[in-house]
Design a protein around this ligand. Structure first.
Ligand SMILES: Cc1cc2nc3c(=O)[nH]c(=O)nc-3n(C[C@H](O)[C@H](O)[C@H](O)COP(=O)(O)OP(=O)(O)OC[C@H]3O[C@@H](n4cnc5c(N)ncnc54)[C@H](O)[C@@H]3O)c2cc1C
Length: 397
């Protein structure tokens, strides 16, 4: 049995940031990652919120485009645009690869091809069993604190404390194209994050996107629950045909297709069990209105590292500190976003009402991009006023 101070399962933004920040503080840290190359298999639109690199001390070189414009398309295809940040785009192979490299430089150990199998929570430690995919051996590590950051496929039902029966209901099936164009698209494509909200042929709500990258455009969509592959492919083909004449008219492209699950429901009610902490998408830290979760994941990693460093000899107290930190920072906003999304979905005309209000009231759009926990009182009142205005118009719609 191997022993370590801090064990992290999963090397996405949550796991990698936790590893980097813990190792920087002298904590002995091991990361288990099932893939051979970090980030190589991540399917993601990889839009980043303004200031992401500065917040997490990451090199600006991983940014493909600064996108100062957000364009929201309602169910009738009407565009409502407003300024943002600028936000940024990247790819996950670059982002996750860079974050993992920085964790290694800080002194963390990364074990790729290491597949988590199960865990057992003890009084002051957690034992994790994993498969070494290279040797085929089953191995165990006992850790003072464990940070579980395995993303949307996280299965935590065997842990009574963490089990969340509604997890499956929040899963979205995502499918996207990387479009490698024969020549550049229209200039506006490289300045904009596009989000489209419309109904599928079978009546289900779809959220679709177009995010620009250095050598391709990411054009994709997500739908709540499972949808037969044929129908999903037809929806994406139809969506691509709608955006092509505006963004890359008559330009030939080579397409790479990719699919993955995204979680888009309410955050997991319980995110700690003994000295075990759950972060990132595994904790349900995703904005249900737009699928944003990279910032939340990386920030949960930071909070986990901080908790372990603050209580080096009291792992359960570290987990409690983490629990309070994550819930205080994210839960109110993410629950509101989930409630808002369900409200909009019930009557799709409401999307247009909200987007029009955002496009015509830039201050409203700007405040919504900030985190609730840092809003001065004057902005909170402004936000409540705008929320009331929206509710009044949405109920009439
Ligand atoms: C199609 C799509 C588009 C998206 N677009 C955006 C966007 O534009 N902006 C944004 O902010 N968010 C976006 N998201 C959400 C974003 O991808 C997640 O919120 C983010 O990846 C969460 O990071 P994480 O570290 O929690 O998990 P992940 O990034 O999912 O990382 C989990 C890691 O754990 C590893 N792992 C999983 N199981 C095991 C196991 N059993 N053993 C060992 N390792 C394991 C995985 O290989 C992976 O490396 C999108 C998601 C999807 C699916």
């Amino acid at each position: 049995m191997e022993d370590v101070e801090f064990l992290i399962v999963g090397c996405g933004p949550a796991g990698a940031q936790a590893a980097r920040e813990a190792a920087r503080q002298g904590i002995e840290t091991i990361v288990l990652e099932k893939d051979a190359v970090v980030g190589a298999k991540r399917v993601c639109a990889a839009g980043l919120r303004p200031g992401f690199c500065k917040t997490f001390d990451l090199p600006r070189e991983l940014i493909h485009f600064d996108t100062p414009r957000m364009a929201l398309f309602d169910e009738e295809g009407t565009c409502h645009a407003f300024p943002v940040g600028p936000a940024h785009t990247t790819t996950r192979e670059e982002l996750d690869g860079t974050m993992a490299e920085l964790a290694l430089q800080a002194g963390a150990q990364l074990r790729t091809q290491s597949l988590y199998r199960k865990h057992r929570v003890g009084r002051d430690s957690t034992t994790v069993e994993y498969a070494d995919l290279q040797s085929g051996q089953h191995k165990q590590i006992r850790a003072r604190n464990v940070f579980f950051a395995t993303g949307a496929t996280a299965r935590l039902d065997t842990d009574e404390q963490l089990a969340f029966p509604k997890w499956e209901d929040g899963l979205l099936t995502c499918y996207q194209y990387r479009l490698y164009l024969a020549r550049p698209a229209e200039p506006i494509a490289y300045q904009t994050l596009e989000l489209h909200y419309f109904r599928a042929a079978n009546g289900r709500q779809i959220v679709a996107w177009m995010f620009p990258k250095r050598d391709h455009l990411t054009v994709g969509l997500g739908v709540m629950g499972k949808m037969p592959g044929k129908e999903l492919r037809a929806e994406l083909k139809g969506f691509q045909a709608r955006v092509a004449p505006r963004l890359y008219p008559g330009i030939a492209s080579r397409i790479k297709e990719e699919g993955h699950l995204l979680y888009g429901g309410r955050p997991r009610p319980s995110i700690v069990s003994g000295s075990l902490m759950v972060g990132g998408t595994a904790a349900g830290l995703v904005d249900a209105t737009n699928g944003e979760g990279i910032f939340e994941a990386a920030m949960s990693g930071r909070l986990a590292a901080d908790a372990v460093a603050t209580h080096p000899n009291a792992p359960n107290r570290a987990a409690q500190r983490y629990n309070a930190g994550v819930k205080g920072r994210f839960y109110a906003r993410l629950k509101h976003r989930d409630t808002l999304m369900r409200f909009l979905e019930r009557r799709p005309r409401r999307f247009g009402v909200l987007f029009e209000q955002l496009a015509t009231t830039p201050r409203f759009a700007e405040i919504l991009q900030r985190e609730d926990s840092y809003l001065p009182i004057i902005d909170r009142f402004y936000l409540y006023g705008q929320a009331l205005k929206f509710a009044k118009n949405a109920i009439r719609a």
